[in-house]
Ligand binder design. Structure first.
Ligand code: FAD
Length: 325
């Protein structure tokens, strides 16, 4: 009798976990906003923390690689896909008690924003229109218009590889688009508790509505992209000569847009195959049809090289790689 491969055996063991949905050879392009990515050998998802812990134990014990993804709006997945187990934690509960809100990691961030606005809770309205789920928003400290989710996080419940633990905000070590979770790939966020301020729902809805209007023009909802490819720079962290040459009008909340440097090296309108840099935004790359991760990565490398050569600084990806590390 033919013996099972490690992948088959792992898929078999995962399939026995109650409440875990398991499939094999799943094209990850279906799960990324770029619409790019080859198959994951195994794809498993659940909204049940216990089932997720069991799945993680099996995945880790199998010796196969594993990756946890959310809504796939900030991912570049290899054209060859992912050799191992791709997992999603898909619980979506949102709960409010007074000005305290608890959100599961699989809830859509916009649903959380709307939930708080409807209840007259201020603090997340400037995050309106940021795609993706709550877990990844905490992982990458998502933000916009001068605010980030970390300002409102009171605690985060997560799996540290073996145990479920709770960190308060300080322990999460949030910084601009950073948290401790970004450095510990085996720490998986289950939920977060947020503290908000009472406010007028109509005011909050107006702020969010205005932001959504601007965002929908910049990032049409059908655009296959990841938002900004590169992180912006903190002015204080730029080399002195580079910082002093930056015009004051491009500095916002202590940051210099990566687009400012990219624009000067001719990024706007560049392309490789079906992958294009927007002609109106040098830090926005999109897939115009059948783009590949290969073209995308090549274009990113060219842009990084040009900025390095001209300014002596490294633009750093905000986007996360799967199967390409
Ligand atoms: C049009 C557009 C506009 C955007 N604008 C903004 C913006 O203004 N500000 C901003 O901050 N971002 C922006 N983004 C980027 C993106 O929306 C955020 O990074 C978002 O938080 C990603 O969420 P996701 O669920 O899609 O995560 P994914 O893309 O699926 O994953 C991103 C990372 O999070 C990790 N991850 C996912 N879930 C978990 C979990 N439960 N526990 C631990 N790690 C996890 C993954 O391993 C991966 O490394 C934009 C993206 C798009 C497409």
């Amino acid at each position: 009798m033919k013996s099972m491969s490690g992948t088959e055996e792992t898929a078999h063991r995962l399939a026995a976990v109650p409440s875990l949905h398991v499939s094999t050879c799943v094209p990850l392009s279906r799960y990324t906003r770029f619409g790019i990515g080859g198959p994951a050998d195994i794809f498993a998802e659940t909204g049940d923390p216990e089932a997720f812990v069991a799945a993680m134990n099996i995945a880790r014990g199998s010796g196969l690689n594993f990756v946890v993804i959310g809504g796939g709006t900030n991912l570049i997945v290899s054209d060859d896909g992912f050799r191992g187990v791709a997992l999603r934690f898909v619980a979506t509960r949102l709960m409010a008690a007074g000005n305290r809100v608890v959100a599961d990691a699989g809830a859509v961030l916009q649903d959380l924003v709307d939930f708080t606005i409807t209840r007259g809770l201020k603090g997340l309205e400037t995050l309106a229109g940021i795609p993706g789920w709550v877990g990844a928003a905490v992982y990458g400290n998502a933000g916009a218009y001068g605010h980030a989710i970390s300002e409102r996080v009171r605690s985060v419940r997560f799996l540290d590889g073996s145990e479920v633990r709770v960190f308060d905000r300080e322990e999460c070590e949030f910084q601009y688009r950073e948290s401790i979770f970004k450095r510990r790939k085996d720490w998986i966020i289950f939920s977060t508790e947020l503290i908000l301020d009472p406010s007028d729902p109509a005011d909050l809805a107006r702020i969010a509505g205005d932001i959504l209007k601007v965002r929908n023009e910049k990032f049409p909802p059908t655009m296959k992209c990841a938002g900004s490819i590169f992180k912006n720079f903190l002015l204080a962290e730029l080399p002195g000569d580079v910082a002093s040459a930056v015009p004051a009008k491009v500095v916002r909340e202590g940051k210099v847009a990566a687009a400012y440097f990219l624009e000067q090296v001719g990024a706007k309108g560049m392309s490789r195959g079906d992958i294009h840099v927007a002609d109106y935004h040098a830090n926005l790359i999109y897939n115009d049809g059948h783009g590949t991760a290969r073209d995308l990565c090549e274009l990113i490398a060219v842009l990084k090289g040009r900025v390095r050569d001209r300014f002596g600084i490294e633009v750093e990806e905000e986007v996360q790689y799967v199967g390409l590390d």
